[in-house]
Design a protein around this ligand. Structure first.
Ligand SMILES: [Zn+2]
Length: 127
């Protein structure tokens, strides 16, 4: 993206200088044709400046999106703990703590420290 911005700025300045030369040429002696060409070159320069401005704006917006991704993954991690509020062993009814739960690839595994029951917790689609 940085390379592209450099290219935009380069072309914008090139066309700006070129149009400046055409403007000078158009008035010595005055020539409408050259003046029109100078205006066209100026417009092209403006387009490149606009492209540069837009790509810079997109660049500025990008970190926000990254932060959103981080937030989602963080809330995923915390969802397991948030779920523990009223989590009880489905065998003996004892209140379970975070240490009694292991999150594995197979799912959330509960190991009750009171009755020794080990079972997989059905994932609640809270997140
Ligand atoms: Zn139990």
């Amino acid at each position: 993206m940085k390379v592209l911005e450099g290219v935009f700025v380069f072309f914008a300045i090139m066309f700006l200088l070129l149009s400046a030369i055409f403007f000078i040429a158009a008035f010595s002696p005055f020539s409408l044709d050259i003046l029109v060409e100078a205006v066209v070159l100026l417009l092209i320069a403006m387009v490149f400046f606009f492209l540069y401005y837009r790509s810079e704006k997109m660049e500025a917006n990008r970190p926000v999106e990254v932060y959103q991704d981080v937030n989602i993954s963080t809330s995923k991690d915390l969802a397991g703990e948030a779920e523990l509020h009223d989590l009880k062993c489905k065998h003996c009814g004892a209140t379970l703590t975070a240490e009694d739960i292991k999150i594995t690839d197979a799912g959330v595994i509960v190991k009750c420290p009171y009755c020794g029951a080990v079972y997989r917790l059905e994932e609640e689609p809270k997140w």
